[in-house]
Design a protein around this ligand. Structure first.
Ligand SMILES: Nc1nc2c(c(=O)[nH]1)N=C([C@H](O)[C@H](O)COP(=O)(O)OP(=O)(O)OP(=O)(O)O)CN2
Length: 219
């Protein structure tokens, strides 16, 4: 486990909490310019989340340490990050055995995306939407196919491909750190004691890490 090698953010709060944890995940960067990182590979990510606030809850917590860890690990641990809709993955995946064809088409789409081939990816996603529909899955694109709305189906699948090809959603260390911040802040907002996620430190490899701080924290 890491030990406070990350910088402490300046803030006006009375309490500052830090939670360190790790998660293992695979990813690829869907751009040829990313070189070897465009191939699927994995990391053990080390993460430190910093939360600030003034008001403690009924347990005397700013937020329970374990809730922060669980929130992130449940979502990302032992996953292919690109499949998560937060990183442009499809919101719905086919049901295993029922959707073999969808899996094949999904693989073709993923392969096309890995190489930044938007048109090929859109075509494969359209094929996948049709295959998923055949497997009885509900969804925007497949629903459109079911109702014979080819244009809507095309747009749905194109949106999936476009989303997955938006660099702001590629699972780079920068984007994963920002996404961890988003997940944590959404949870803090639900709790309603005014706590703020001030910083996410994310180490991807022994020599590479990113720190994400929301603009509001230094505005
Ligand atoms: N700004 C970014 N650059 C790179 C990212 C990233 O997310 N943001 N990611 C990668 C790769 O995914 C790679 O796995 C990590 O890169 P790198 O630091 O080059 O990894 P090494 O352990 O091989 O580095 P050494 O210099 O050998 O220690 C690439 N770039």
């Amino acid at each position: 486990m890491m030990h406070a090698i990350y910088p402490a953010p300046a803030h006006p709060f009375r309490y500052e909490l830090n939670k360190e944890f790790h998660f293992a995940a695979a990813h690829y960067i869907p751009a040829e310019a990313a070189g070897r990182c465009s191939r699927v590979h994995g990391h053990t990510y080390y993460c430190n989340v910093t939360v600030g606030g003034d008001r403690l809850d009924e347990c005397g917590f700013l937020v329970n340490f374990s809730e922060i860890k669980k929130l992130v690990q449940d979502r990302f641990d032992h996953r292919l990050l690109n499949e998560d809709e937060l990183f442009g993955g499809p919101a719905r995946l086919p049901n295993g055995g029922e959707a073999a064809e969808a899996v094949v088409q999904g693989s073709k789409a993923a392969e096309a995306m890995r190489h930044g081939k938007a048109d090929a990816a859109r075509g494969a996603w359209a094929e996948r939407a049709a295959a998923v529909e055949a497997a009885g899955e509900q969804g925007a694109a497949s629903g459109a196919v079911r109702h014979g709305k080819a244009d809507a189906a095309w747009q749905g699948s194109a949106a999936i491909a476009d989303s997955a090809l938006d660099p702001e959603r590629f699972p780079t260390t920068e984007v994963v750190a920002r996404t961890v911040w988003q997940l944590v802040q959404e949870e803090l907002d639900r709790r309603g004691n005014g706590a703020r996620c001030l910083q996410v430190f994310l180490r991807e490899t022994p020599s590479s890490y990113v720190i994400y701080r929301p603009e509001a924290a230094h505005g």
